[in-house]
Write a protein that binds this ligand. Sequence first.
Ligand SMILES: C[S@@+](CC[C@H](N)C(=O)[O-])C[C@H]1O[C@@H](n2cnc3c(N)ncnc32)[C@H](O)[C@@H]1O
Length: 251
Amino acid sequence: MNRYIYNASDNDLVAWNRNFTSRMGDGSGDPEEDYLSALQVVAAAKPDATLLEIGCGLGRIIQFMNHVGPIVGLEPDVVRFQASHELLHDATRVQILNCTSTHYKSHHSERRFGIVVVSMVIQHVPTATCDQILLDVHDLLAANGLAVVATTQQDEERFTYQADQTPRTAKEFDDYAVDSSSQAYGIPVRQFSKASFLAAIGRSGLSVVRWGQFSYVRPEKVAWFAKWMGSRPAAIQNVASSQYAILKRAA
Ligand SMILES: C[S@@+](CC[C@H](N)C(=O)[O-])C[C@H]1O[C@@H](n2cnc3c(N)ncnc32)[C@H](O)[C@@H]1O
């Protein structure tokens, strides 16, 4: 198997995010505000917790939660690993490693974390890898720990590619997602529904403490987005484009 390559850039995200709103009129204006607040609540509730982030990318969530720790960030893409390693790794309090959670777990079978975060990762991997990551969250989470998982949301589950919204079967999506060395339509993007996200969580032995949604399509963009994703304005106008869950190990 080739090394994993993340076939997208974070540079376009600022422009893309202008299509969305938090719906919090008195808030920060950041469409992700509700999700970021949930991360702050978890960090405030567990100030002495160790933090694991699976798929830390360029390190923005670790920077955001940098007051807890020690921190371990895992990133399988070499270029993104190098960027977050250079920015954050200090070999003592913050460790950034170039690997997946499954690889990490196999080398640290006893290690447990008070907080585990998986932020906007599980929609970009094959469905079996998504289930494996959620199992890894379960296995690496301390008995009284809290995990936060954030991902996409649409009115119905759809399997798509970043540059081509044509709906694919789960098998087509998996075949495309498994080989990151040749992804002509950009990264795979599984658009979860609330039900498919909660079902994936249910398979992992984790239970939901709180579910929330964030990044609503701005009213003036709803018609465009509905057409783009093959839906109807009425079906998507009150369904945010992302969702998160705060999780604990099921009893
Ligand atoms: C959309 S970025 C999110 C980055 C970061 N978590 C954030 O919220 O800013 C998705 C990240 O998941 C990483 N990734 C892809 N497959 C992964 C896997 N199997 N395990 C862990 N991370 C993975 C990608 O390399 C990429 O950095």
